[in-house]
Design a protein around this ligand. Structure first.
Ligand SMILES: O=C(O)CCC(=O)C(=O)O
Ligand SMILES: [Fe+2]
Length: 266
């Protein structure tokens, strides 16, 4: 992560890394997501949800981990993943989040001794080309550090009523966008004739787990052990041993402990 990227992320709360995926990777994931949303039976059960199958390259992509290790810390978990096939007129929803939650251990954001400590970080993998008018994710720049609650005058997505701090991005199909969950953001109405195809992964510190995991067990168990490691139990140190056992990826890969429970009960 360059100094300029760090500066940009700290200033605005989000960061675009353009064109980090290979074209062939994107094609395979788009095909998978189209089937997930329209014809899941054409896929083997272990590919019927992200981050399984072709989408598993995203779990631990080096250009993504590089950023996460600098803004969350050296040990991260992937705690939620979903795919989007968004047609014109569909939306995720209006502006939400932001404001005075810097101290919150899950969503918080602070900088100490020159180091960024972000809580949950969402990574949006855009799998179609994005222009600024399409309606991709929008952000109120800087709101991750706001000390006061979000003001209603800055919460509109309507033309003419938008905050001057509302920002979005343009990028090619192979890009990743990182944002701290403490940033006020929205998934507005999609404006383009062709769909938005994206994967959204939520990463967090190894010691936290906010989303109840709902990835189907067959998807998780078919992942290679090194990728399952991003779903290991959320703890750091086990003091039953001396010295304490540390919950590293290497430790997880070298034993047969299952990943965190996928509870399929209602
Ligand atoms: O759909 C989007 O662009 C935003 C999604 C969102 O709000 C989220 O993942 O937290
Ligand atoms: Fe959100």
């Amino acid at each position: 992560m360059t100094d300029e990227e760090k500066f940009r992320f700290d200033l605005t709360g989000f960061l675009v890394r353009p064109a980090i995926l290979e074209r062939a990777e994107v094609d395979a994931i788009v095909d998978q997501i189209e089937r997930i949303h329209h014809n899941p039976e054409s896929l083997p059960p272990e590919h019927r949800a992200v981050p399984g199958g072709p989408a598993s390259v995203l779990i631990d992509h080096p250009k993504v981990l590089e950023v996460l290790h600098q803004i969350i810390g050296p040990d991260v978990r992937l705690e939620n993943s979903f795919s989007v096939w968004r047609r014109k007129g569909q939306e995720h929803g209006g502006l939400h989040g932001g404001g005075p939650q810097q101290g919150d251990p899950i969503f918080g954001y602070c900088v100490n001794n020159g180091r960024i400590h972000a809580g949950m970080v969402r990574v949006v993998f855009e799998l179609t080309d994005i222009s600024k008018n399409d309606g991709a994710t929008h952000f109120i720049a800087g709101s991750h550090k706001s000390n006061l609650p979000m003001h209603p005058d800055h919460m509109s997505l309507e033309a003419g009523k938008r905050s001057p701090f509302l920002m979005t991005y343009a990028c090619p199909a192979e890009s990743a966008i990182f944002f701290t969950e403490n940033l006020c953001h929205a998934g507005p109405v999609w404006q383009r004739e062709t769909p938005r195809v994206a994967v959204l992964n939520a990463y967090a510190h190894l010691a936290t787990h906010w989303h109840r995991l709902r990835i189907p067990p067959e998807v998780l168990s078919a992942l290679p052990r090194e990728k399952q490691a991003y779903f290991r139990e959320p703890w750091v140190a086990d003091f039953r041993t001396s010295p304490a056992t540390i919950n590293t990826i290497e430790r997880f890969v070298n034993n047969d402990e299952p990943p965190v429970n996928t509870d399929t009960q209602p």
